[in-house]
Ligand binder design. Structure first.
Ligand code: NAD
Length: 398
């Protein structure tokens, strides 16, 4: 049994991860400032699924399983002293860090949201690293990064896991070799913060010999996991609004309410995906397999399949009979790209992925159709744009 602190454990990925790790017999504490719920209020948005207060969620978990999860409401980016004191008191074996502002469109809305995203995400990550080193404790830190830091090229190269070996020609037929982080190419302020997180981790792994796993995750789809299905009060959130809804969940909801599936331009962008059930399994595998103290970050790609947006829309349209509408792209990105990604570590650790073909129907019927009457149609368009002189579009990807 491990003592595990989960920062951001009220969120879409954090909540089902907390339940899964608790179900496995670990001692779990959630730390969250509930800012994701406040942003819903700010945007006038809601989760398609009815989500309960943290208090009700934890009571329901206790009733369903007899297990206890602790909760501390702390802003990790701002309340440094309270956070450090909690780490000191708990001395966790593992800290999982989900606690960041994660919507690319929200991070591009304006100066306020750009500054908040940078202050919150960099502040939270650095406060964790500074507190751990200042206390001299030794948790394994597991962070959720994103595939989006890699950027999207179209030359067929497989995106590797871990550091990159590069060879640099010198003056006199000499070749120098360096191990470097994959050169990032972020596509939004949010992705930029994830790129900056990587440097913070690289420094603390090298300087303070911290053990850190950075999971470069694809776009998460699906809603429920084995544990969230145990009781309706444990249900996970399902974002469908223009800022936070990820592309597949948005298509599913659009099909359920009879809205055309809104595809950016030609929909030729290829992206990496993973089902939420596989996210929680990957987190458990990462927790159980901490890295050695090598001075380097363990970097893994956490995704299971790639699809073009066009292909996704066609799959959902076929399953539901929805129509497809091609709309202007609010993002500053290539209209078409390929994507090949190595995910060999999780597969070698035994992950057996849920494919889109298997999970799509259940998700459509049990979530999108069941809660279609809670959908606010006015929240569907994405009104955030990447540059100031752009007209608002209507779709976002992750
Ligand atoms: P989410 O917004 O649903 O959850 C994040 C949680 O962190 C929220 O509950 C929020 O209240 C909390 N939080 C934010 N800032 C905090 C702070 N300063 N102090 C304490 N708590 C704070 O997001 P998610 O979809 O669950 O994503 C979790 C992580 O996974 C993020 O870091 C995100 O970048 C990464 N990720 C998500 C996806 C995806 O498709 N959802 C894909 C790739 C990577």
């Amino acid at each position: 049994m491990k003592k595990i602190m989960i920062i951001g454990g009220d969120g879409f990925c954090g909540w089902p991860t907390a339940l899964h790790l608790s179900q496995m017999g670990n001692d779990v504490t959630i730390v969250d400032n509930l800012s994701r719920r406040s942003i819903d209020e700010e945007l006038g948005a809601n989760s398609l699924t009815p989500i309960q207060s943290m208090e009700t969620r934890l009571t329901a978990w206790k009733e369903a399983t007899g297990k206890t999860i602790a909760f501390e409401k702390i802003d990790v980016a701002v309340e440094y002293d309270r956070f450090e004191a909690l780490l000191d008191q708990q001395k966790p074996d593992t800290v999982i860090h989900f606690g960041e502002q994660r919507a690319a469109p929200y991070s591009m809305k304006g100066a306020t949201e750009k500054r908040f995203t940078v202050d919150n995400n960099i502040g939270a990550t650095h406060n964790l690293l500074a507190a751990v080193t200042s206390l001299g404790i030794d948790p394994h830190i597991v962070h959720l990064g994103t595939m989006g830091v890699y950027g999207y090229d179209d030359d067929g190269m497989e995106i590797p896991e871990g550091y990159l070996k590069v060879y640099i020609p010198g003056d006199e037929k000499q070749i120098y070799q360096r191990d470097i982080l994959y050169p990032t190419n972020p596509g939004s302020v949010y992705h930029m913060t994830k790129s900056m997180d990587q440097l913070l981790f690289q420094f603390y792994a090298k300087n303070d010999r911290l053990r850190i796993t950075d999971l470069h995750q694809g776009i998460v789809w699906g809603t429920q996991t084995d544990e969230t299905k145990l009781d309706d009060r444990l249900m996970n959130r399902f974002d469908y609004d223009g800022d936070y809804g990820t592309v597949l969940n948005r298509f599913l909801m659009q099909s359920a309410v009879g809205h055309p599936l809104t595809v950016h331009g030609t929909g030729g962008q290829t992206r990496a995906f993973i089902h939420i059930q596989d996210t929680v399994k990957c987190l458990a595998l990462a927790v159980m397999n901490p890295p050695e103290r090598t001075g380097k970050v363990k970097i893994l790609n956490q995704m299971t399949e790639t699809h073009t947006v066009r292909n996704l829309a066609e799959l959902v349209a076929k399953a539901s009979g929805a129509t497809i509408a091609n709309v202007d792209n609010p993002r500053n990105e290539a209209a078409e790209n390929g994507l090949r990604v190595s995910n060999k570590t999780f597969i070698s650790l035994g992950l057996k992925p849920i494919t889109l073909a298997e999970g799509l129907l259940e998700e459509t019927q049990q979530i999108a159709q069941r809660f279609a009457d809670r959908c606010r149609m006015d929240m569907i368009p994405c009104v955030s744009t990447w540059t100031d002189n752009q007209a608002p579009g209507v779709v976002q990807l992750d």
